[in-house]
Design a protein around this ligand. Structure first.
Ligand SMILES: Cc1cc2nc3c(=O)[nH]c(=O)nc-3n(C[C@H](O)[C@H](O)[C@H](O)COP(=O)(O)OP(=O)(O)OC[C@H]3O[C@@H](n4cnc5c(N)ncnc54)[C@H](O)[C@@H]3O)c2cc1C
Length: 309
């Protein structure tokens, strides 16, 4: 396998004097979406993220596209890709072969996830008969395969299936002890939730608490789609932010997208400023395969000029 830097090395060796940032892409559904993704990729090459991650469709539905596009990121761009890998619907043999496919393309950074049930993400989780039950087992499996650097998911508000925050912390620490080098959080909108997660992990296990917890930020550009993402992720919007966004959306049949977008960028900027002052290791942005909203937040932070797309 071609050795590429680990995410932890990459974010800790940032020499810009500023906090590093990273972005999340999703596999495109069709040719138009693919063209849009590549426009965003070229813009981000200019902006210099520490790494870029590529999601894995629910239930493994985008498996081939995820592998192909992540491979192209590794081979045809200057960006450092992280491939998401979920356990849903896969046997252990299939999971091993996915890792092999990533390794063949020079990808050594994998974000290991359990994934959600296909169809209804909030529905009952059913393990593949020859698969794994929890992400922790997949962390061990990927680590045992060789030279992979593994990250996992963490949840500032607690995962919606965890009985309470104590269990949630315990299971996150188990994934870290199993060999994950860092975690990326679920999106959240109250920075206090992120800070409390960090404190909980450190209190539970000081050594694991030293591993980076990378906050994920979603710049809201549409209230309707933000509500859908919140529903699917189990994250919540604090009432004060909900009110700002609802006021901006207006009372018309169609929300005022421009006004919502402006407030969404403002909120993401305020959150980023607070996260920087609290010593977050990196800012990870959900992009929906557009560079513009993220680049505007970065511009507000004095970290970039806004992108055109
Ligand atoms: C940054 C990020 C990226 C994501 N990317 C994707 C993606 O690309 N594709 C996709 O489909 N989904 C993605 N997801 C969603 C993720 O797959 C779901 O949130 C999923 O429900 C949980 O995955 P996990 O890896 O945290 O699971 P796990 O760590 O296995 O946890 C699942 C549940 O089981 C509990 N648990 C864990 N271990 C144990 C144990 N030993 N005993 C009892 N309970 C336990 C946990 O508390 C939790 O409630 C992403 C989430 C995040 C935060």
């Amino acid at each position: 396998m071609t050795r590429t830097p680990s995410i932890v090395d990459r974010i800790r060796s940032s020499t810009s004097g500023r906090i590093p940032f990273s972005v999340e892409f999703s596999p495109p559904r069709d040719a138009d979406a693919e063209a849009r993704l590549w426009r965003a990729v070229r813009e981000f090459e200019r902006l210099g993220p520490a790494f870029v991650s590529m999601t894995y469709g629910a239930g493994g539905s985008t498996r081939d596209r995820t592998v192909r596009v992540t491979g192209q990121l590794a081979e045809d761009t200057t960006l450092l890709p992280v491939a998401h890998l979920t356990a849903v619907g896969h046997s252990i043999d299939e999971l091993r072969s996915m890792c092999g496919a990533y390794a063949d393309r020079g990808i050594s950074n994998i974000l290991v996830l359990r994934g959600d049930p296909p169809g209804d993400p909030l529905g009952e989780w059913v393990k593949h008969p020859d698969g794994v039950e929890y992400a922790e087992e997949l962390v061990r499996l990927v680590r045992d395969m060789g030279d992979f650097h593994v990250g996992v998911a963490s949840f500032p508000e607690g995962h919606y299936r965890a009985p309470d925050l104590e269990h949630d912390t315990k299971y996150l620490v188990s994934k870290l002890r199993a060999g994950a080098e860092y975690s990326i959080t679920q999106m959240f909108f109250d920075v206090e939730d992120y800070l409390r997660l960090r404190d909980r992990v450190s209190a539970f296990d000081r050594e694991q608490g030293d591993k980076p917890i990378i906050p994920e930020i979603m710049p809201i550009t549409s209230l309707r789609s933000a509500r859908r993402s919140l529903e699917l992720s189990g994250s919540t919007l604090p009432p004060a932010l909900e009110e700002r966004l609802t006021r901006a959306a207006g009372t018309g049949a169609e929300e005022n997208r421009a006004a919502v977008r402006e407030i969404g960028i403002e909120i993401a900027t305020e959150m980023s400023e607070r996260l920087i002052s609290e010593g977050a290791p990196c800012l990870h942005f959900i992009t929906l395969n557009f560079a513009r909203a993220t680049s505007e937040v970065l511009a507000n932070l004095g970290m970039a000029a806004p992108a055109a797309v």
